[in-house]
Design a protein around this ligand. Structure first.
Ligand SMILES: [Cu+2]
Length: 139
């Protein structure tokens, strides 16, 4: 293949990656948190190499959230970071096979990225490799 062909294919790949970064996983519908009878929205997110599932979560503003995060069995360490000071959100934890529960009340509507903060030496970060998603707060 000539160099022009490589350039074109690279551009298409880049656009595809940007599209995923902007919208969460395009191939999966967003997960709407269910409201339990005790008035808490419960969400479970599982991380692994290199994904979060679900990668797009929708919760209601002003209602308490219990967000359970955990990782699949494996040797590679992962984390969960959701930092949006403008929305009063500052969540950061290492992932373990045992679920960890993060409790908060999302107050400000918006779309906030979450991701894994790990990166090994000169390799691409886990976030670049697909460990990111969208936490969406709606009215
Ligand atoms: Cu990771």
């Amino acid at each position: 293949m000539d160099s022009k062909g490589y350039w074109w294919r690279g551009s298409v790949l880049l656009l595809a990656l940007l599209g995923v970064a902007a919208s969460g996983r395009a191939d999966e519908p967003p997960y709407h948190a269910r409201l339990d009878s005790d008035g808490v929205q419960r969400v479970q997110i599982v991380g692994g190499s290199y994904f979060f599932r679900p990668a797009h979560v929708i919760v209601k503003a002003g209602v308490p959230v219990e967000l359970s995060v955990q990782m699949e069995q494996g040797m590679i360490p992962h984390s969960f970071v959701l930092e949006a000071p403008q929305a009063g959100l500052a969540l950061r934890t290492e992932l373990a096979v045992q679920p960890r529960v993060l409790r908060f009340v999302p107050a400000v509507t918006g779309r906030y990225p979450f991701y894994c903060a790990h990166k090994l030496l000169f390799f691409a970060s886990h976030r670049q490799r697909g460990m990111e998603g969208i936490f969406e707060v709606v009215d």
